[in-house]
Design a binder for this molecule. Structure first.
Ligand code: ADP
Length: 339
């Protein structure tokens, strides 16, 4: 185990070190935790693996962590894979036929599963069987294999891309992870600082929490970068040091990065504040559409800087204020006054 850990990149290793290993350490998402505990205990009492579970929400909110927690708290083995890693039906077949009874299989980015694999997954989830076609053409025949009982836990950042039939097979529940509040993020930073042996005062924690996009992964990342800054500049890790370190990373007081600001700027400067379509924004900012939709947009919406309308994205008054642009309505008003 130790040998293996030496080979994992620093970021990944730290991510694993900081990953909560018990329900009490998993901060926030109270309603999801309560529902999961009931689901798992009821299944345990019936001596049956829990039904399949789907988590969705922006990256870094704790979906993978929940999958690991479910395995740990129920004493089950967990096999980890992802939508893009299961390229062929054979890949899925080999994962499923190698499960032991009661195992958990975690599929991250399940929206990227291809249609053929998805078709094979349905009967596996619903009836615990694997339909495999052997041979080609008229002599092809289907054989059916019984699978050991298992629980599928899946995660996605793009629930809208999941087909209705796939979604409906998560009979244990479909759970949406919410952004955390500042208090929860402060607790997470405090816990991480303790684990990593980082000396940070309350003001420092507070300042990171304000800019951490309400997201645990971002909070942990900022904490580590601020620690580096404090170490190199031989400073205490307080509010001022955090301010300097995060400013250097281009993170502003609302937690926006350069690319977040760029998206808003493009909407305001090039498209009169919107509405403008996602693909147009992507082309104008040279960002991937998926990055804008999965990472940038949810936070801007949460902060009230952007709105999604049926005709496209619109920058709000708050976005104009934050970036110090005059709102067109304000200008019109001024013009009217002049005439
Ligand atoms: P996702 O799968 O949603 O992208 P992860 O489960 O990988 O997110 O979480 C990223 C990191 O954030 C974890 O390694 C963990 O350190 C931290 N984290 C996530 N959720 C929590 C939580 N509720 N409490 C404490 N730390 C958390």
């Amino acid at each position: 185990m130790e040998e293996k850990e030496k080979n994992i990149p620093d970021e990944l290793f730290l991510d694993q070190t900081l990953r909560p290993g018990a329900w009490e350490e998993y901060i926030g998402q109270e309603s999801i935790k309560q529902n999961l505990k009931i689901l798992l205990q009821a299944a345990e009492e019936r001596n049956h693996p829990a039904e399949h579970i789907l988590f969705y929400g922006p990256p870094g909110l704790g979906k993978t962590t929940l999958a690991h927690l479910i395995a740990k708290e129920t004493g089950r083995q967990i096999k980890i894979t992802s939508g893009p890693a299961i390229e062929k039906v054979g890949d899925l077949a080999s994962i499923l036929t190698n499960l032991s009874p009661g195992d958990i299989i975690f599929i991250d980015e399940i929206h990227r599963l291809n249609k053929m694999v998805e078709e094979v997954l349905y009967p596996a989830m619903e009836s615990g069987v694997l339909d495999i076609i052997i041979g080609k053409g008229p002599s092809a025949r289907t054989i059916q294999l019984d699978l050991p009982p298992f629980t599928l836990v899946a995660a996605t950042t793009r629930i809208a891309l999941l087909s209705a039939p796939l979604r409906s097979r998560f009979s244990g529940g479909v759970f949406r992870l919410e952004f955390y509040n500042e208090e929860e993020i402060m607790k997470i930073i405090g816990r991480s600082a303790k684990i990593l042996g980082i000396n940070i005062d309350k003001g420092g924690i507070d300042e990171i929490a304000k800019r951490a996009r309400f997201t645990p992964r971002t909070a942990n990342y900022f904490l580590k970068r601020c620690r580096d800054y404090a170490q190199v500049h031989k400073k205490d890790l307080d509010k001022k040091t955090v301010f300097m370190a995060l400013s250097l990373l281009g993170i502003d007081e609302l937690g926006l990065s350069e690319s977040d600001r760029n998206v808003l700027k493009v909407i305001i400067e090039k498209f009169g504040g919107g509405p403008v379509g996602l693909n147009t924004i992507a082309a104008a900012t040279s960002e991937e559409e998926s990055t804008i939709e999965e990472v940038v947009e949810p936070y801007l919406i949460q902060r009230g800087l952007l709105e999604r309308t049926p005709r496209g994205r619109v920058a709000t008054q708050k976005a104009y204020d934050h970036l110090s642009f005059d709102h067109p309505d304000g200008e019109m008003h001024q013009n009217k006054l002049i005439h």
